[in-house]
Design a protein around this ligand. Structure first.
Ligand code: FES
Ligand code: FES
Length: 209
């Protein structure tokens, strides 16, 4: 082996050593960064769910049953419903008031429960998806979704159904455009919306509103 070849091997070996160590170093930093992000978002979610700064007890009438629980200043209505009342049919898809998976009725009006503090709803009548029907006795709007294939994974469906009920209660003969406009705050990642619109039309007829 010539001196040139030895030098070449040495340079290649050194280069590989540096790149492997650099790559491990960067991967370590990336992992730490991702772990810190994960920890921050979990901490934030935990703080939001239990609430910071105890306000004391509040009572809400949920699906005809009075629920009294301790809340924090910043406890969201959706967390009161899911975690304090244990009604997990109301979903959380974004936490930022965009997807509509968390829609419930508060005193007859559909609201995104991730965008309302539990304390703001104190004393109100709240209806969640559990309050409109059961698996043995579906609400007409739920039947319409089932019959018209208005769902696939079902994640958006509780919020979609609650919004649809309010929509057709206000406008029984809603056109396709009015239904699409009325549900623009509800995002479905599966169905492409066509069958949801069909379901809402059918639901309005079944409800006879
Ligand atoms: S969870 Fe409330 S709008 Fe998405
Ligand atoms: S059915 Fe899957 S998100 Fe709507």
């Amino acid at each position: 082996m010539t001196l040139g070849q030895v030098l070449l091997y040495f340079m290649l070996y050194t280069y590989r050593l540096i790149t492997v160590n650099l790559s491990n170093f960067l991967t370590g930093i990336q992992k730490q960064y991702l772990q810190s992000l994960n920890r921050s978002s979990n901490d934030l979610r935990h703080e939001c769910s239990i609430g910071e700064g105890n306000m004391g007890e509040i009572s809400l009438n949920i699906n005809g049953k009075v629920q009294t629980h301790d809340v924090g200043d910043n406890t969201l209505l959706v967390d009161f419903i899911r975690e304090s009342a244990g009604l997990t049919g109301t979903h959380v898809g974004c936490d930022t008031s965009q997807c509509g998976a968390c829609v419930v009725h508060v005193d007859g009006v559909s609201v995104k429960s991730c965008a309302m503090l539990a304390a703001q709803a104190a004393g109100s009548d709240v209806i969640t998806i559990e309050g409109i029907g059961t698996s043995d006795s579906l609400h007409p709007m739920q039947e319409a979704f089932q019959e018209n294939h208005g769902l696939q994974c079902g994640f958006c469906t509780p919020g979609m159904v609650m919004s649809a009920i309010e929509l057709v209660s206000k406008n029984k003969n809603a056109s396709e455009k009015e239904i699409r406009d009325g549900l623009e705050g509800n995002i479905c990642r599966c169905t492409g919306y066509h069958n949801i619109v069909k379901s809402v039309k059918a639901g309005a007829e079944k409800m006879g509103v």
